[in-house]
Design a protein around this ligand. Structure first.
Ligand code: ZN
Length: 265
């Protein structure tokens, strides 16, 4: 079968979509040969059945709107990226957790993010907004997307240096760094007791909102304790906490940059 893949950006361009409110996932899917149905599903968030050049995507009608849209975009990603390979049935855990490696699930997530949160629209909308969940909520209303997908986009394309980390009580599940956060900053494997994430995971009813914590609560890099970072942590599922770290004070990043320049001499 000839390749059917088209980038989300091209599809949006072909349909003349330029505003977040015009990203109608059902119409876009039809344009790509897939019909979206909403039904109660047990054991998965969404699934796709394809035959030749037509597909039926079924999305769990019990999920919130942002997740339904993201799941639909995810299945459409399978349809466009991995058509004809296998049938997919995608669980909430897969959707929430598989942001780390290169596999069909990650490609489908990426497709969905690029379709529902297109870079040019997102950059313009997120410009100069704080790297917090208040901003993520605002953007997720504009784009009608889930908090997780929106937070990742904010870190990637927002105006300020930040990182998003997903953890459970045992360990860090995955993280994404913004383009201005150097690779030497690698978050601890386990959630430190010194973080807000720890408090939220321990059952704190109301997350404290953006709070300055010592950078060594999150990073083992030398001198980390000399710096503060702004942490915002919220619970996203029964056992998962999502954290935004924002270098509102960029001293740590600037000092690391200086280190780099020195070692190159
Ligand atoms: Zn999938």
């Amino acid at each position: 079968m000839a390749s059917v893949y088209r980038a989300p950006e091209s599809i949006l361009g072909e349909l003349g979509i330029r505003e977040p409110r015009d990203i109608h996932i059902e119409a876009i899917a039809e344009y790509c040969g897939a019909t979206i149905l909403y039904q109660p599903l047990e054991g998965s968030e969404a699934r796709i059945l394809g035959y030749r050049d037509r597909a039926i995507i079924t999305v769990n009608s019990a999920a919130p709107l942002g997740r339904r849209r993201f799941s639909a975009g995810h299945e459409l990603g399978h349809w466009m990226c991995d058509r004809g390979k296998i049938a997919f049935s995608c669980t909430e855990n897969m959707l929430a957790r598989e942001w780390a490696d290169d596999n069909p699930e990650v490609r489908a997530n990426q497709f969905s993010a690029e379709l529902l949160l297109p870079q040019p629209m997102f950059v313009a909308t997120a410009k100069n907004l704080e790297m917090t969940f208040a901003t993520v909520r605002q953007l997720s209303e504009t784009f009608q997307t889930s908090l997780t997908a929106t937070a990742i986009r904010l870190v990637e394309f927002g105006s300020f240096p930040a990182m998003v980390i997903c953890s459970d009580a045992e360990r860090r599940r995955w993280f994404r760094r913004g383009p201005d956060v150097p690779g030497v900053l690698w978050p601890h494997e386990r959630v430190s007791r010194l973080t807000m994430a720890h408090d939220v995971l321990s059952g704190m009813a109301t997350p404290p909102g953006p709070t300055d914590v010592s950078a060594d609560a999150w990073f083992g890099h030398r001198d980390a304790r000399r710096y503060a970072i702004r942490e915002d942590s919220i619970r996203i599922t029964r056992d998962l906490v999502l954290t935004l770290l924002w270098w509102k004070d960029e001293t740590q990043l600037l000092d690391l940059e200086d280190d780099d320049n020195e070692s190159e001499d």
